[in-house]
Design a binder for this molecule. Structure first.
Ligand code: PEP
Ligand code: MN
Length: 307
């Protein structure tokens, strides 16, 4: 009763309307700590003439986890090309959570980069690949159109700075233990170097697991909404790494589009069971094709276009 009466009091309700309700980010932060990433200037991140992250487009970035072999990356790239996807992802350099997880798995490093280069020339797909260390950056930049800074390196400031100075488009992934404030702080470091071709990626955070290893992280949809309110740079979503579990990826992708994300990262593999890392996570080609059909329908509802 007490609460209801209080709510009837107009002033009380007025006081509830916080001018800056976005979680842990204060107006002081916006003014002094993260002024560039929160500036109101409209974003357009143009990778090339066909790939523009804008308010209207939702590019899908797809591919296997690692560039495990030349054969694999060609097979995936040719499939994606046929589906009209424009951005291929695959990592030749890859951090692993557990060093012993797969004895078979080795980063293909410079060979992997050469295969990416070949497949890029053959398919004309744009390439996203992860930068784990500064010493690989020169080679990666010869091939990559977009540099990915993975979760584990979100706050590796020297790496951020060096990547920013290449003037390539950068995908900065949120660390799974980082607040939004931490992530926007990291993004600010990139902008301060004069590179504003920046894309932020929500990829799941650590939270109590709902189904043990099949839901390793929790996709923070609310963070997408919050970032869309706070910043004008593209915010993309990675439901594959969040759920770690292929059957859940489509629903999380749809929810991300509904939350107004500006792109998706979706892992796909011709035979997920054979993926040397995280075999529960990639969609097979049929699942990917279905996801694409449904993503297009959902994007249309929100007046956006999957590219
Ligand atoms: C990845 O994109 O393959 C990856 C390892 O992602 P994250 O850094 O988000 O774990
Ligand atoms: Mn991966």
């Amino acid at each position: 009763m007490y609460g209801v009466n209080k709510l009837k009091n107009k002033n009380y309700v007025k006081n509830l309307s916080n001018k800056n309700p976005t979680k842990d980010i204060s107006l002081d932060d916006i003014k002094y700590k993260i002024p560039q990433i929160t500036s109101k200037k409209k974003f357009i991140v143009k990778v090339n003439k066909d790939i523009v992250f804008s308010q209207k487009n939702v590019p899908i970035i797809a591919g296997p986890n690692g560039v495990e072999s030349r054969k694999l990356i060609f097979k995936v790239a040719q499939f994606l090309k046929k589906k009209g996807i424009k951005i291929l992802r695959g990592h030749a350099f890859k951090p692993l959570t557990f060093p012993y997880r797969s004895k078979k798995y080795l980063e293909t490093k410079f060979n992997g980069m050469d295969w990416l280069d070949e497949v890029k020339r053959y398919t004309k797909l744009a390439v996203v690949t992860e930068v784990t260390e500064i010493k690989y950056l020169d080679r990666i930049c010869q091939t990559a159109d977009i540099l990915q800074i993975g979760s584990r390196n979100m706050a590796n400031l020297e790496l951020l700075k060096e990547c920013a100075n290449t003037n390539k488009t950068i995908i900065l992934k949120r660390h799974y233990g980082a607040s939004l404030r931490d992530m926007l702080g990291a993004a600010e470091h990139i902008l301060l170097e004069g590179n504003n071709k920046l894309i932020l990626c929500e990829r799941g955070i650590t939270a109590p697991h709902t189904h043990k290893e099949t839901s390793r992280f929790l996709l923070d949809i609310q963070a997408i909404v919050a970032m869309k309110e706070l910043i004008k740079y593209p915010v993309i979503s990675d439901p594959s790494h969040a759920s770690f579990w292929a059957p859940w990826v489509p629903s999380l992708a749809f929810a991300s589009i509904a939350a107004n994300c500006d792109g998706l990262i979706i892992e796909t593999h011709p035979n997920p069971k054979e993926s040397l890392v995280d075999p529960l996570q990639p969609l097979n080609f049929k699942q990917f094709s279905n996801l694409l059909i449904n993503c297009k329908k959902i994007a249309k509802v929100f007046n956006k276009k999957i590219i």
